[in-house]
Design a protein around this ligand. Structure first.
Ligand SMILES: [Zn+2]
Length: 213
């Protein structure tokens, strides 16, 4: 079993205001509207709603800082659709809720934020593999060849690679990584490819390296 030498406390940054604001905007993106505290909590994302409230002095204050609609700003007069904002053809700007209008006004920045976060996560994961990981079966150390394999008994949230793509927080990534064993691509493939029943090769001719463990 590979021992994780990773010093979690030293690597997971303490939550910053920026992370709180990003998380709020991402939640709004996901929900298609400015999240109530209860809605946010149901998403089960980090940082927690209480962390956000603590950092930014209240839920509405945090949403205001994030540029999201707050309960107070609902029902404000309707600004006409800015020319550079695109909405689907069958949608009427004036029929949209304030939150939906916010969503359409920020599509571009939301997309950029996701891409930036994804790129940063990829770089982080590469460094993580470089400094901490080797295949637990054969010792392969090349980051490009290393996978995080979920053993059968663990509850899998998602492939780590997918979580990176979706821009999950580092804390969530580490939670998932800690459930996994590190295998190189070859050993990982063998893990999911036992010698099929009915193969008629004499046992002594099967190389040890052909076996999954
Ligand atoms: Zn290996």
């Amino acid at each position: 079993m590979l021992i994780f030498k990773y010093d979690r406390a030293a690597t997971v940054d303490v939550t910053t205001e920026r992370e709180c604001l990003d998380a709020l905007r991402e939640a709004a993106d996901l929900l298609g509207e400015s999240p109530t505290k209860a809605q946010y909590e149901r998403l089960d994302v980090t940082p927690s709603s209480s962390t956000i409230v603590r950092h930014l002095g209240g839920w509405n204050a945090a949403k205001e800082r994030a540029g999201l609609e707050t309960a107070n700003s609902r029902g404000s007069r309707l600004d006409p659709k800015p020319d550079d904002v695109e909405i689907p053809e069958d949608v009427e700007w004036s029929n949209l809720s304030a939150d939906q209008r916010w969503h359409y006004r920020h599509v571009e920045t939301n997309r950029e934020r996701t891409l930036t976060r994804r790129a940063a996560n990829r770089a982080w994961l590469y460094e993580y593999k470089h400094f901490n990981c080797e295949c637990e079966r054969c010792g392969e150390e090349t980051p490009a060849c290393l996978d995080f394999h979920h053993p059968d008994h663990v509850e899998k949230e998602m492939e780590v690679g997918k979580m990176v793509t979706y821009g999950y927080s580092r804390e969530r990534l580490l939670d998932e990584i800690e459930k996994c064993v590190v295998l190189c691509a070859n050993c990982h493939r063998k893990e999911h490819y036992p010698i099929p029943d009915g193969v008629e090769i004499p046992e002594e001719q099967i190389r040890e390296t052909d076996l999954c463990q």
